[in-house]
Design a protein around this ligand. Structure first.
Ligand SMILES: Cc1cc2nc3c(=O)[nH]c(=O)nc-3n(C[C@H](O)[C@H](O)[C@H](O)COP(=O)(O)OP(=O)(O)OC[C@H]3O[C@@H](n4cnc5c(N)ncnc54)[C@H](O)[C@@H]3O)c2cc1C
Ligand code: FES
Length: 526
């Protein structure tokens, strides 16, 4: 079986270590999260003269920034004609300005810090493969032009398979995301900034100053930036406007070598680009998105992606190719939420980037640095984290958030019982009903069983097993936990509760399993 958690970036960039927090400290600004949002914000605030600490639960760049495919583009997942209908012509123009400003900001960091991360300006192509997609593409061409984006309709797209029509966007960009991020982090620390890895934030108390409670001490700061990809301090309000999706990537060395960014118009859609590392050229293809926790077998999206690669690129994916998946957070109206957290005075948040988090995360950093420094960002109202756009977003809002109660209801349905326990393979997990208890049961490589409460510690949905990531994923707002219940993705800030297996003391698991397989167990409690 191929390795499904092996990203091109993690294999081709170093991962320096930063010390964990050791006791209580005070800074001007504390940033939660060492991804592109957190590290970029920290750098900009440092440039503005602030003493800044970044608090990271795991390692710098190991979150979604380490799993991206790094298209830096003004061609957003939410198309300009949709944005114009929701935010007006001026709003759509401002969106385009924001994406351009973010790519320029990345380019300036690369120049200023001399970062060797293969930052390149390339064209991007949205392309139609089916006749029914052509009208939408032409409509988007007009909307992009009105928004001030340099884009032109082309009859040919430089791809090794037939397309019907393309929309070419000029001056987009790409880079190696982890080389970029690590260089920013190193420059930040070299200039006196603090990074504390393996330090989990469990609570933030707004105030003057704010108190950030971690598992290794308290950080006191005049302002706190929540750059954790999801809002970990806003437990409910903002989550009604967000939906978590998983998306999949594969990277292969293959002869096709046209530089550029490519996006099809399917649903779910696919994206592709080139990456050169040393003397090798990789093609990275991604897509097959689905809502977190809603795919029973997560090898299937990889199989679909491989079938797509075979059909379009005439390439047979090898077990040695890089494969990985990650999480994207969609917002109700297609734009990120960036700014002061609702009901807070000194806590700021950035989330809801969709599949454009490289540019949106950088733009968020620019907006948040302005906010903290008392400068008025021109993107402030557009991205306001407390905005309500009922007319524009109503449909998307209902579609996305109907899932939370749906999952709570679904979670009351009977679960597989003890017979499944006997069938659980090493390295796999499943939520089962055992002697009347709902348990998230995991069998390790040695065949030993362990159990957790399957109730997500964020807002109480049942987690689902993700077989390729070997994680417990929550379908409601995207929290993820490792097989032992430790947090991989928020918004949860508390691990899953460990539970004893409901077998007699001293009883071997084999005996219990034999009993279970015979059906000598209580039916699940309803
Ligand atoms: C397969 C894939 C392809 C993508 N392709 C693109 C693309 O082509 N272009 C694009 O623009 N975007 C793309 N994206 C999206 C983009 O990668 C993300 O939106 C972006 O990296 C998010 O950055 P971030 O800094 O907000 O989050 P992250 O990089 O996830 O960083 C957040 C950090 O916060 C930490 N954290 C969380 N909770 C806590 C806590 N309680 N205490 C302390 N630390 C905490 C996490 O450990 C993590 O390191 C893609 C994403 C995926 C998964
Ligand atoms: S992530 Fe919200 S309930 Fe699990």
């Amino acid at each position: 079986m191929p390795n499904y958690t092996n990203s091109l970036w993690s294999e081709t960039a170093p991962t320096p270590r930063y010390p964990a927090l050791a006791g209580d400290v005070t800074y001007d600004v504390a940033v939660i999260g060492g991804g592109i949002t957190g590290i970029s914000t920290a750098c900009l605030l440092q440039q503005a003269g602030r003493r800044v600490a970044v608090i990271e639960a795991r390692r710098i760049g190991k979150g979604e920034t380490g799993k991206t495919t790094a298209h830096l583009t003004a061609a957003l997942d939410t198309r300009y004609h949709v944005l114009a209908s929701r935010f007006g012509a001026d709003g759509a123009r401002l969106v385009a300005d924001g994406q351009r400003a973010a790519i320029d900001r990345i380019g300036r960091f690369v120049d200023e810090l001399k970062i060797g991360c293969d930052f390149r300006r390339v064209p991007g192509f949205l392309y139609a493969e089916r006749p029914e997609e052509k009208d939408e593409l032409l409509r988007e061409a007009e909307a992009a032009r009105r928004a001030g984006v340099t884009a032109a309709v082309k009859s040919a797209v430089p791809l090794p398979f037939p397309t019907l029509l393309g929309l070419r966007f000029e001056d987009q960009a790409t880079f190696h995301p982890r080389l970029y991020l690590q260089a920013l982090a190193e420059a930040f620390v070299a200039a006196g900034g603090a990074i504390h890895e393996e330090t989990q934030v469990v609570d933030v108390q707004d105030g003057d100053p704010c108190r950030m409670i971690t598992d290794r001490g308290v950080v006191t700061a005049a302002a706190v930036i929540v750059a954790a990809h999801v809002p970990i301090t806003n437990r409910f309000l903002l989550h009604t406007q967000l939906a978590a999706y998983r998306t999949y990537g594969i990277s292969m060395e293959m002869p096709f070598a046209t530089d550029g960014l490519f996006w099809d118009m399917g649903d779910p859609y696919h994206y592709a680009r080139l990456q050169r590392i040393a003397d090798r050229t990789y093609v990275i293809v991604g897509g097959e998105d689905h809502k977190v926790g809603e795919e029973d077998d997560t090898t299937i999206p990889f199989e679909r992606l491989e079938a797509y690669v075979r059909a379009r690129y005439r390439y047979e994916p090898a077990a040695t190719d890089y494969r990985w998946s990650g999480q994207i957070i969609e917002s109700a109206d297609g734009l990120p939420y960036v700014g002061r957290n609702s009901l807070s005075s000194h806590v700021f948040v950035a989330t809801g980037y969709g599949g454009n988090g490289m540019t949106n995360g950088t733009l968020a950093a620019m907006v948040l640095a302005d906010e903290v420094c008392g400068r008025r960002s021109r993107f402030r109202e557009l991205l306001d984290a407390t905005r309500i756009k009922p007319l524009a977003a109503a449909k998307a809002f209902v579609a996305e958030n109907v899932d939370y109660p749906k999952h709570l209801l679904k979670d009351r349905l009977p679960l597989p019982g003890a017979a499944e326990l006997a069938r659980l393979a090493p390295g796999e997990g499943e939520v089962l009903s055992l002697r009347g208890q709902r348990l998230a049961v995991y069998r390790n490589a040695n065949g030993e069983l362990s159990a957790l409460s399957p109730v997500c510690t964020h807002l109480g949905c049942l987690v689902h097993w993700n077989t390729t990531e070997k994680s417990w994923d929550c379908p409601c707002h995207g929290s993820r936990f490792d097989p032992h219940g430790r947090i991989l993705n928020g918004p949860a800030v508390t691990p899953l509760e460990a539970k004893p297996l409901p077998f007699e003391q001293g009883e071997t698991s084999q005996r219990a399993e034999a009993e279970a397989a015979r059906g000598d167990v209580e039916p699940p409690r309803r």
